[in-house]
Each structure stands twice: as structure tokens, then as C-alpha cells.
Design a protein around this ligand. Structure first.
Ligand code: ADP
Ligand code: MG
Length: 568
């Protein structure tokens, strides 16, 4: 017989390793317990990133002496009792493993006093030997202390990061839960120094302000949609605020911070064409749906979930995000609350009949012009270095990159055309000839359908030579003839990257086309055309960044100018 049952102590250690991977996981579990106990205030103290010591104090429901003895046993929980409960889990915990796991790999102490009673008790657990309960003193609530994590599990201890790294993980776990519960007061100290003080607030935006700062809070767009039994609410960042990674994206499902690839994917695709690759939005999104629609018992750490109907959730999220990104918040930033001021006087040139060059699609309809005249808040002063447009506003100066602005306008129009069916095409009398390498030629030849969807008809001439026969009318005049060779090469390169997602490829194709046709830096423009460009730009859903994610508008607030000239 070679098979033996592991003894209880060893089995517990192995199980503990699953739940408690590092100090941050212990912190997360303890804090979740405090939340499940309906605490209004939670204080966490860490030493050496939590490796030496973790203390979590709450003012929740507390435990009496009997419960204190049981709570550190494996599979001991007050949160579910019967199997059907598993289908309707409303608490963060339910597996009854966390305290037992932490106790198995640390020196632990718990002091607790139930609400509405006078007595507090303490238990100590070292290497799974429980000591107590002893009488103790404490206000209602619970304190859990875990020292020397993994002291008896050297294999795991070796894989811990530096205290600094472990602190960052723990900090992040706390911030995620703090975002999930704005109504709870949070504090965190590390090595005795305060790193977070977030008193209870009435709404998520205020919590975002506490954790990320007021600037960030002001650059967030509200998300809010309910459909059938799913509700999606929260905040996502305006396109001019972004991060280099996904760390500042949080999804809470029924109050539980989760990682879910499907949800992350929907968020990422909502920003396609708005943010450049490698840039990520900030987001805090709460999704609420009937408990039985969500399976939380997927993994011991309870961060993964399964939806009964993932598509339905993703579609609702997508609709909510699209709505938010198309909202006026994106166009007129909440930034400077406008003080009522008399409209800025407009120059003669911009009021004069709008005989704008038809070239490059910069043309205003009479209707648009009227709208602009009535509510105009942006007066173009002129061109700087034939590259930037200077725009006067009542609250400062805006500097607009003429090429990127025009590119964005063309991109949006082309996208609209292609979305409602067909892109209007124009035939070249003299087709434009381009030469491609052998591999590129094969790719382009096999992607005819896709290219047709964006309005390009290419004819294969053999030997890597192609003829541009038809081209989107919107761009045909502006696209310089010698630019086609470069354009064809860039299209081939795009096709070669073989984007799995067709829509992404499609957007990038549109982006390339718009870029090729947009007014170049260094090109002179008449003032009316400059004004028309800015007016059209401001009517877009996203005037702030180009399809590649580059900045379009740079703002110099009046306060900055005043400060520089010591006018304040
Ligand atoms: P679970 O949270 O899955 O129930 P835990 O091991 O984390 O399992 O906790 C076991 C039990 O101990 C909980 O069900 C709860 O009754 C009790 N408990 C743990 N932490 C606290 C706390 N901070 N306040 C009140 N009760 C707590
Ligand atoms: Mg728990």
C-alpha cells in the first residue's frame, strides 16, 4: 500500500496555500469578512508589506466566545447552511476557509465583541493549536491579527516579493474593495505611516476622488443603464485620461470585485478607435443582477465568476459604455464649470458667407453654421506655424493640431458611412498604380472584400502591381496621388498583423485612410476653413484624441496664463 491519508495539519497547509497566496490575499479575506459583518469602518495596519504583521479592525457585528472558537475551523461559516444557498450568495465569503487558512500559516489572534453586548473575548491560534477564549476588552467589532505569514511554510515564504511589492499588492486589494463600498470608512497604514484615509462618502464619484484625486474624478464619465434585470452603473475615463495598464479597471458584480475576461474585453473594445493600443481607460463599473444569475463558487479566491448568460451581461455593458462615450460629457468637459459670459465677438471673416473650399470635406451647411453662430464658444484666432490652430475660449486658449483634427473628422464620417451600409466611392479616371512585395500582394489580394467595405476597389495587375480604381469620395480629392504607394504598404502591414478582431482591423483601416487624406501639418488654411474645422471637430463624439490615440486639443487654462503673468 503506497497511498496514505495526509494528516489534518498538512492537509490544512496545502488548502491554505490555495486561498492565501501572499499577504494581499490574507488582507483581502479579512477585509471581506469585515464587510460581510456589516462594518461601517475598517482599519488595516501592515508591517513589512504584511509579511511581518497584518491587523484588520472593524466595527461590525462581532463574534461571541463560542463563535470565536469555531470560526478558525475549516468549513466553518455563518453565511450559508444548505446547498440551495450556494445558488444565491449575497456575501463576499461563503466557503468558511479564510480564517482557517490564515491560521494554518501564521500566528493569529482574534479579539471580538458582538454588537449590543458588554463582553469581548480573544482566541489565539499558532500552528493550528487554538488557545482561549480569554476575556478581553474591545469596543463592539472584531480585530484580527496575523503575524509572520508562512513562518511554517518556507516553500511559500521564499516566493514572496519584497515588502514593498507585497505592500503594493495589499494596497491594491484594499483600494478595490474601497471602490466597491463607498459607504464604508477605510484607513490603511504601512509601518506606522498612514497611506490611505477614505472617510465614508455618499457616492462612487466621491470615492474615486478620494483614491485617485479630484482631477481624475472630474475626468470621469458616468455610466448608467438598466435593462431587464441587469443594471450597469459607474464611471469610465474620458479619452484624454488614460493609463499604461489595466490596473485601474474594476468590475464589481453584485458588490464583489471580480476579474472577468469577457467584461474586460467589452471595455477594451468600447475604446477601440479612441485610445491607442497600449493605453487603457480607468473604469469602475458595478453590475447588479439577480444572485442566481451569477456563479461565484468558481475558485477558492472568489475573484472569478460565471454568468448564467454572459452574452446578455456583455451586451448590456456594451450598450452602457457606448452610451457613456457618446454622451455630451465627452465633448464638453465637466472641467471648468462655465461662468455665464457674453459671447465672444466673432471676426468679420467668420461671419461672412461661407464660401469654403469644397476640398477635403471641410464645409459647413447653413444649418451647421447657424448653430455655431448661436452657441459659439470657440473663436479661431489663426494658425500657428501652419500646424496648430489657436482657439480663444472664455476660459482660456485651446491649441488644436490641424492634421489630427481633420483626420478625426474624416475618420468619423467614413465610419458613419460604412456603418450605414455603403461608403460612397469615386472612380479614378487614371487609376493609381502601386507596387507591393510578393507577400503583401497576396495579403491585399485576399482581402478585397474588407477593402471594399471601406470603399477601396483595387485591381490586381500581376507581379505585385495593383491599381486603385475606386476610392471613398469623401477622401478622393484630398488624398495626394503619390501618397497611395505608402498607403498601400501600410494597409498591407495592417493586414499582415492579422487582427483576430475584424472590427479593430476595420477601424484601423479607416484610420489609415483618414490620415492619408487629412490636411497636412505645414499646410496653410484660410481662416474660415480653420473655424469650420474646429466647429466640426467639436461636434464629434470624441474631439480629444485621434484614432491612433494622439492628442488633438491642448488646453491652456486662463488661470494658468494669469498665474504666469502674476495676475492672480
Ligand atoms: P467565510 O467568510 O467564508 O464564512 P471565514 O473563514 O472567512 O469564512 O470566516 C468564518 C466565519 O467567521 C464567518 O462566516 C463569520 O461568521 C465569522 N467572522 C469572520 N470574520 C469576522 C468579522 N470580522 N466579524 C464578524 N464575524 C466574522
Ligand atoms: Mg471570509
Amino acid at each position: 500500500m503506497k497511498i496514505q491519508r495526509l494528516n489534518e495539519a498538512l492537509a490544512s497547509k496545502i488548502a491554505a496555500g490555495e486561498v492565501i497566496e501572499r499577504p494581499a490575499s490574507a488582507v483581502k479575506e479579512l477585509v471581506e469578512n469585515s464587510l460581510d459583518a456589516k462594518s461601517e469602518s475598517i482599519a488595516v495596519e501592515l508591517e513589512q508589506g504584511g509579511i511581518r504583521c497584518i491587523v484588520v479592525r472593524d466595527n461590525g457585528e462581532g463574534m461571541d466566545d463560542d463563535d470565536l472558537l469555531v470560526c478558525v475551523e475549516r468549513h466553518a461559516t455563518s453565511k450559508i447552511t444548505r446547498e440551495p444557498d450556494l445558488d444565491r450568495i449575497a456575501t463576499l465569503g461563503f466557503r468558511g476557509e479564510a480564517l482557517a487558512s490564515i491560521a494554518a500559516v501564521s500566528r493569529m489572534r482574534i479579539i471580538s465583541r458582538p454588537r449590543g453586548t458588554e463582553e469581548a473575548h480573544e482566541v489565539r491560534v499558532v500552528a493550528q493549536a487554538v488557545d482561549g477564549p480569554f476575556p478581553a476588552a474591545r469596543a463592539p467589532g472584531t480585530t484580527v491579527e496575523a503575524r509572520e505569514l508562512f513562518f511554517n511554510l518556507p516553500a511559500r515564504a521564499r516566493f514572496l516579493g519584497t515588502p514593498r511589492t507585497e505592500f503594493l499588492h495589499a494596497n491594491r486589494a484594499i483600494r478595490r474593495l474601497a471602490l466597491a463600498r463607498p459607504a464604508v470608512s477605510w484607513s490603511l497604514t504601512h509601518g506606522g505611516k498612514s497611506v490611505l484615509e477614505a472617510p465614508q462618502v455618499g457616492n462612487l464619484l466621491d470615492r474615486i476622488g478620494q483614491l485617485y484625486g479630484a482631477e481624475v474624478a472630474r475626468a470621469m464619465i458616468p455610466v448608467d443603464v438598466s435593462r431587464e434585470d441587469i443594471s450597469v452603473s459607474g464611471f469610465i475615463s474620458r479619452p484624454d485620461l488614460k493609463r499604461g495598464n489595466r490596473r485601474d479597471q474594476l468590475f464589481c458584480v453584485n458588490g464583489r470585485p471580480v476579474s472577468d475576461r469577457g467584461l474586460s474585453y467589452v471595455l477594451a473594445s468600447a475604446y477601440h478607435g479612441i485610445l491607442r493600443r497600449g493605453s487603457y481607460p480607468l473604469a469602475v463599473i458595478c453590475i447588479d443582477l439577480p444572485l442566481e444569475q451569477v456563479e461565484v463558487n468558481v475558485h477558492p479566491r472568489k475573484e472569478e465568476i460565471r454568468f448564467a448568460e454572459p452574452r446578455r451581461v456583455q451586451e448590456t455593458l456594451n450598450r452602457a459604455l457606448q452610451g457613456a462615450l457618446a454622451s455630451r460629457y465627452v465633448v464638453s468637459p465637466l472641467l471648468a464649470p462655465h461662468k455665464a459670459q457674453p459671447p465672444v465677438e466673432r471676426t468679420k471673416a467668420s461671419i461672412s458667407p461661407l464660401e469654403l473650399r469644397a476640398k477635403a470635406g471641410i464645409r459647413r451647411t447653413a444649418h451647421e453654421a447657424e448653430k455655431v453662430r448661436v452657441g459659439n464658444e470657440r473663436r479661431v484666432i489663426g494658425q500657428l506655424l501652419r500646424t496648430y490652430l489657436l482657439v480663444e475660449r472664455s476660459d482660456g486658449l485651446e491649441i488644436v493640431d490641424q492634421h489630427i483634427a481633420h483626420e478625426r473628422i474624416l475618420f468619423e464620417r467614413l465610419r458613419k458611412q460604412s456603418q450605414c451600409g455603403e461608403v460612397a466611392r469615386q472612380q479614378f479616371l487614371l487609376p493609381v498604380r502601386v507596387e507591393l512585395s510578393f507577400e503583401s500582394a497576396a495579403l491585399v489580394a485576399s482581402s478585397r472584400e474588407q477593402l471594399e467595405r471601406v470603399g477601396i476597389i483595387l485591381e490586381e495587375f500581376g507581379g505585385g502591381t495593383f491599381l486603385f480604381r475606386e476610392y471613398p469620395s469623401l477622401l478622393a480629392e484630398a488624398q495626394s496621388r503619390h501618397g497611395f504607394q505608402e498607403l498601400a504598404e501600410r494597409i498591407a502591414a495592417l493586414l499582415e498583423q492579422g487582427e483576430e478582431v475584424r472590427d479593430v482591423l476595420f477601424d484601423r483601416l479607416l484610420g489609415e485612410l483618414a490620415c492619408g487624406a487629412a490636411i497636412k501639418a505645414g499646410a496653410r488654411m484660410p481662416l474660415e476653413e480653420q473655424q469650420a474645422l474646429v466647429d466640426q471637430l467639436m461636434q464629434l463624439e470624441n474631439p480629444y484624441t485621434c484614432p491612433h490615440g494622439r492628442r488633438i486639443i491642448f488646453t491652456v487654462p486662463k488661470e494658468d496664463l494669469d498665474r504666469r503673468f502674476q495676475r492672480t
